[in-house]
Design a protein around this ligand. Structure first.
Ligand SMILES: C[S@@+](CC[C@H](N)C(=O)[O-])C[C@H]1O[C@@H](n2cnc3c(N)ncnc32)[C@H](O)[C@@H]1O
Length: 279
């Protein structure tokens, strides 16, 4: 069975609970969510959309910055993720909507001041979603999102400098090869799925403008990487493995590393806007 992410396996209670616990126990999604919320300039906002909001890590960062009278809509198509989030995040300013990002316009009743999307935009139908974001934003409203470095084709200098020894992914492939006869797919230099040029073009087609972009480094540890790879949707390697087998492989690979060894993940952060005046 392929890793669940390949089959959009977010609507699963085990994945949702493991993911939600990860967002509480490790900094990754809190750090990236706070960064996006800060860039969205939310302090005077009345209505903010948390797009592909999952279990609410990003909504929490938004709620920390918007005024008391504001309203936040967290939209995600995985009901299981939202069930996990609802149990812990009970702010009366927050509404959960279960729907695909592509149908955003059907779920936002008033013009939104900002749309924030953490760690998900490349999983959506980007041209359709950008058009829907334009539809819901008020003129001058901000659209802030990030893209994993691999998908955007970018690498922060810290990630390049930190490269010492083998990555946990490479060790996973080795352990799978020695214990299960796994043959990793040939390493091909695939073109990035969503580079900045494509983003700029999609924004323009949707009637939005690029305000700015930045390649940022998220500093972490091998222990966090291991916990992230334990979330069923992210577990590796691909192919005919059960989750139990993937976890055995992960433990073996991880035993060859040091828990506090530093790791760096690159992100491309994008701030866009619906123009105040449209032609
Ligand atoms: C990595 S999680 C990010 C969740 C949240 N933004 C955070 O930072 O914790 C990715 C989320 O995107 C959602 N997702 C992926 N594609 C989607 C789509 N087309 N429409 C709505 N949600 C989608 C998944 O269900 C999942 O909850």
């Amino acid at each position: 069975m392929a890793p669940l992410d390949a089959a959009l396996g977010w609507d699963d209670d085990t994945t949702a609970e493991t993911y939600a616990a990860f967002t509480r126990d490790f900094p990754m999604y809190g750090v990236t969510s706070r960064d996006l919320a800060r860039r969205a300039s939310l302090t005077g906002n009345s209505l903010v959309v948390d797009l592909c909001g999952g279990a609410g890590a990003t909504a929490k960062s938004i709620l920390d910055l918007v005024p008391m009278h504001a309203h936040v809509i967290s939209l995600d198509n995985a009901a299981a993720m939202q069930r996990a989030g609802r149990r812990v995040l009970t702010d009366p300013r927050l509404t959960w909507g279960t729907a695909p990002a592509e149908k955003l316009a059907d779920h936002v009743p008033d013009p939104a001041d900002a749309v924030v999307c953490n760690s998900a935009i490349w999983k959506t139908n980007v041209p359709v979603v950008f058009s829907a974001v334009h539809q819901v934003l008020r003129p001058g409203g901000r659209f802030v999102f990030n893209i994993g470095g691999g998908f955007a084709g970018v690498r922060h200098p810290d990630e390049v400098a930190q490269r010492t020894g083998q990555s946990l992914n490479a060790l996973i492939h080795q352990a799978a090869a020695s214990d299960y006869g796994y043959t990793p797919p040939p390493a091909t230099e695939a073109a990035p799925k969503l580079p900045l040029e494509a983003i700029t073009e999609h924004l323009s087609t949707a009637g939005m403008t690029l305000v700015g972009s930045e390649i940022v480094a998220q500093h972490s540890t091998m222990a966090e990487k291991k916990a992230w790879l334990s979330i069923p949707v992210f577990a590796r390697p691909e192919g005919e493995f059960s989750h139990t087998q993937r976890m055995e492989i992960l433990h073996k690979a991880y035993s060859l590393t040091k828990p506090d060894a530093p790791t760096v993940t690159s992100w491309l952060v994008v701030v866009a806007q619906r123009p105040t005046e449209e032609r």
